[in-house]
Design a protein around this ligand. Structure first.
Ligand code: KG4
Ligand code: ZN
Length: 341
């Protein structure tokens, strides 16, 4: 079974072909990073226009790299949400047009759930078996969701952030220190040279059953620390601030896994996904503190990509629970309440 996956929810135009027997046949991403860098963040209107510019080329290239034509496809999977509305609409209109004109089944998929399937796909390529029930984390620039999953299509949302997402806090702290988006990789690099104990950081008070994430207090604390230094930040200040912040930010994630395991003692494995899953220190911390099998995707499946959309679409199709109707758009079908706190 071959599925084309198209992703345009934020600032990456991505397309991939995934085959149930032969894995990822192609996966292409056109990044808009350099376009948005000068604005200090993603500008939604600009992102939508860039998608419009690139989507046809990226989709055609992913098909030709996979050596697949439209008639070979069993379905097209498209990110339906959540995301920037203008960006989503470009992908959805393109995919609907392609599916209708070529008579191919179209499957709308949830972007956040698809990140988890990116991790499953990566595990499958590495011949790792995910044991269920698992705790699945999606930690990106826009989301910080913790799911308990009894099977690959069962997303039981256990926690979201009450303010900023984890990746967003990395971006904001990096910006405070004078760096451009995305801040996560920069903070990770600076932190390698820093002393994580130099700046004590606040830790969220653990209430017994509280799983929700919060990052705005940590960010405000970094702002205050920078103010207290009074002078221009030296390189060493940056290294130490990055290390102290990163340790606290990631520690919160690990503590939530520990809390979830108290509520769900049957949890057999941990899966992380989303941009922050690329962080090596996070992987070290989980490996040393959580004594059950742990799976992190390869870097190419951490940030937004078309393969995770195709893989999730394929899983929905195989289980025959993909939407049978075309009556959906960028606003409908996904559960908004899941993303509101
Ligand atoms: O999943 P993603 O590519 O896009 C969203 O759907 O948001 O995640 C991007 C986020 C950004 O906030 C970025 O700073 C963060 O992931 N990120 C990292 C690292 N690499 C990317 N955060 C911490 N450490 C990293 N190495
Ligand atoms: Zn994403």
């Amino acid at each position: 079974m071959k599925v084309l996956g198209i992703e345009t929810s934020c600032d990456d135009t991505a397309s991939a072909v995934v085959d149930s027997d032969h894995g990822v046949l192609s996966s292409l991403v056109s990044s808009q990073l350099s376009t948005h860098a000068k604005f200090g963040g993603v500008v939604p209107e600009v992102a939508a226009r860039e998608h419009l510019e690139h989507i046809d080329f990226i989709v055609r290239s992913s098909l030709s790299e996979a050596n697949v034509s439209l008639k070979d496809l069993d379905a097209i999977a498209i990110t339906q949400g959540p995301g920037l509305i203008g960006s989503l609409l470009i992908g959805i209109c393109y995919a609907k047009g392609l599916a209708t004109s070529s008579g191919i089944r179209l499957i709308p998929v949830d972007h956040v759930h698809a990140h988890v399937h990116g991790a499953f796909l990566s595990a499958q390529i590495k011949n790792e078996t995910i044991q269920f029930p698992c705790a699945a984390f999606v930690v990106s620039g826009g989301h910080c969701n913790l799911y308990y999953m009894e099977n690959p299509l069962d997303f039981q949302l256990m926690a979201v952030t009450i303010d900023d997402a984890c990746g967003e806090s990395f971006d904001k702290v990096a910006k405070l220190m004078g760096f451009t988006y995305p801040g996560g990789p920069i903070i990770e690099k600076l932190a390698q040279k820093g002393d994580a104990n130099r700046f004590p950081m606040p830790r969220m008070i653990e209430e017994k059953s509280r799983l929700a994430f919060s990052y705005s207090g940590l960010k405000t604390h970094v702002v205050n620390q920078i103010r207290k230094l009074k002078t221009e930040l030296s390189d060493q200040d940056r290294y130490d601030l990055a290390a102290s912040f990163q340790e606290a930010a990631l520690d919160q994630l690990v503590r939530k896994i520990e809390s979830l395991r108290k509520i769900k003692p049957n949890t057999k494995s941990v899966v992380i996904a989303g941009g922050v899953a690329a962080n090596s220190r996070l992987k070290e911390m989980i490996t040393s503190r959580i004594k059950i099998p742990f799976h992190a995707p390869d870097l190419r499946f951490c940030s937004d990509n078309g393969a995770m959309i195709a893989a999730y679409g394929q899983a929905l199709l195989i289980d025959n629970i993909a939407s049978q109707t075309d009556e959906w758009d960028a606003y409908s079908r996904y559960n908004f309440s899941e993303y509101l706190t």
